[in-house]
Write a protein that binds this ligand. Structure first.
Ligand SMILES: *Cc1c(COP(=O)(O)O)cnc(C)c1O
Length: 477
């Protein structure tokens, strides 16, 4: 007994470092605050992209502890300063993320209190908070309150949950896989194909529907494909529309696709990971008509609500469809399962224990209210217009009028092959890095994309982008 006591005392002393004292905490918080102030303050003049990689071994795990100051310096030089700065307003590539400051505080509180958001029993408050967020999203997208949902790590897992539910509801088991058909746009996000492989539907038939000149799914072509497949004894079972494709920001004709899906008794899934929250902007609401008819819907608060990476959401109308694959019971969980009217997040997701990600969304929404988010989204739409106008006046060619805030352009070089020239132009822009743009290939044409969704993107950012583009153009000529 004495040896045990002695040993415990020694170990408690050694592990004490894991609980810093109030004054140590204060000092560390102050250092981190200063670090982040410098980070935020420096962003307007800083680069949005810097090529490079961390020095070998600089981030390696060492046996002995180091000071916070030296670790922050390592973080600044080896992490923060390299690659794309996704918190910067100058991030106009791919689909920009967010990183609002208040979410950081929400995460801080969530992490220190470490609420268990997987089961209602563990943290009724945390689960209720996430339910309220899901209820709010149901209302925004016209889903019934009986729909169920989950806050996921992002759009990919949200899509995975939705597609699994569709598979189970529609009874797509081994014998049916080779004759079952999914209909979608060739511009659908690649996480859909990935999810299909993960859930065992690799051998399913996928029909890529033709697009109109605005890159939206052609509903006539969709209808024709479904008819032919039915006639040939195949099993059409799901149509996947996008509300804002990643490549061009196109919103498929949601209402008309809903009618086709309903007529054929198909599961209707809408991936609105990028574009969904633009429904909050009054002038855009109409473009989303029909989204409420989806059986399942994916939205990414870490895109359209400017939250830090790690927050997606899925809504599904049919509870049993989701439960089929995700609900479970285990003997060791018996205390936690009391009331089967309550839905545990763990019954709706592959995750059991998870990050309590509700807090990073709840805190800013409640503290700021919804208005600043709406205004910021509307601002992104006007900035897209502004950027396009400026490009046009400098002789650039533009893609069609975008549905949302992703669009594309190219320079119609006369002296050189246009694809080669625009590829060179993009590389020059990356080398500069003031503002980060990405590219894509559409019908064999190399184009430069502009995706405006970072909350820090302002008119000044677009002016800076134009300065950068014009300087690069001059050098190439
Ligand atoms: C970003 C995106 C996804 C993938 O979401 P992650 O959050 O990156 O996992 C899926 N679909 C669309 C349309 C997207 O824009």
């Amino acid at each position: 007994m004495e040896t045990i006591k002695k040993r415990l005392k020694a170990l408690a002393k050694k592990s004490k470092a894991l609980e810093p004292s109030p004054s140590e905490r204060e000092k560390m918080l102050e250092k981190v605050r200063k670090y982040l102030d410098r980070f935020i303050q420096g962003m307007p003049e800083g680069k949005a992209y810097v090529a490079g990689k961390p020095e070998a071994g600089s981030l390696q795990i060492l046996e002995e502890g180091q000071s916070l100051s030296s670790l922050l310096k390592i973080y600044r030089d080896q992490v923060e300063r390299l690659g794309i700065n996704p918190a910067s307003g100058g991030h106009l590539g791919y689909i920009p993320g967010g990183g609002i400051w208040l979410s950081g505080l929400g995460d801080f509180i969530a992490d220190v209190t470490n609420e268990y958001a997987g089961m209602y029993f563990g943290s009724p408050g945390a689960v209720t908070m996430e339910d309220e967020l899901l209820d709010w999203m149901k209302e925004v997208f016209g889903f019934p309150s009986s729909a169920i949902g989950n806050l996921t790590s992002g759009g990919s897992i949200a899509n995975l949950i939705a597609l699994t539910s569709a598979r189970d509801k529609m009874g797509i088991k081994a014998d049916k896989i080779p004759v079952s058909v999914i209909y979608t746009s060739p511009q659908v996000h690649h996480c859909i194909q990935k999810a299909l492989r993960i859930i065992g539907l690799e051998d399913i038939l996928i029909r890529y529907i033709s697009l109109d000149e605005n890159h939206r799914m052609d509903v006539k072509d969709l209808r024709r494909h479904i008819e032919v497949d039915f006639q040939n004894g195949l099993n059409p079972f799901m149509v996947i529309a996008s509300a804002g494709t990643t490549d061009t920001g196109a919103i498929d004709p949601l209402e008309r696709i809903a009618e086709v899906a309903q007529a054929g008794n198909l599961w209707y899934h809408v991936d609105a990971a990028y574009g969904g929250f633009f429904i909050l902007v009054d002038e855009k609401k109409d473009r989303f008509k029909g989204i409420e008819k989806a059986d399942s819907l994916v939205i990414d608060p870490h895109k359209g609500l400017f939250l830090p990476y790690g927050t997606g959401a899925v809504l599904v109308k049919d509870k049993d469809a989701v439960f089929h694959s995700h609900h479970y019971t285990a003997n060791y969980m018996q205390d936690a399962i009391q009331d089967d009217t309550l839905i545990n997040p763990a019954d709706v997701s592959p995750e059991l224990t998870k990050h309590f990600r509700g807090m990073r969304m709840w805190l800013p929404l409640q503290l700021h209210g919804i208005k600043p988010f709406k205004a910021c989204l509307e601002e992104k739409l006007w900035l897209t217009e502004y950027f396009r106008e400026r490009l046009k006046s400098e002789g650039f060619e533009l893609g069609p009028q975008p549905d949302l805030s992703v669009s594309y352009f190219w320079y119609p070089s006369k002296s050189e092959d246009q694809n080669v020239f625009n590829d060179k132009l993009l590389r020059a822009l990356h080398k500069n890095g003031d503002v980060f743009l990405s590219s894509t290939v559409l019908d064999g044409k190399f184009v430069i994309r502009m995706a405006i969704l970072a909350f820090r993107t302002k008119k000044e950012t677009i002016d800076r982008a134009m300065d950068m583009i014009l300087a690069a153009l001059q050098k190439l000529h």
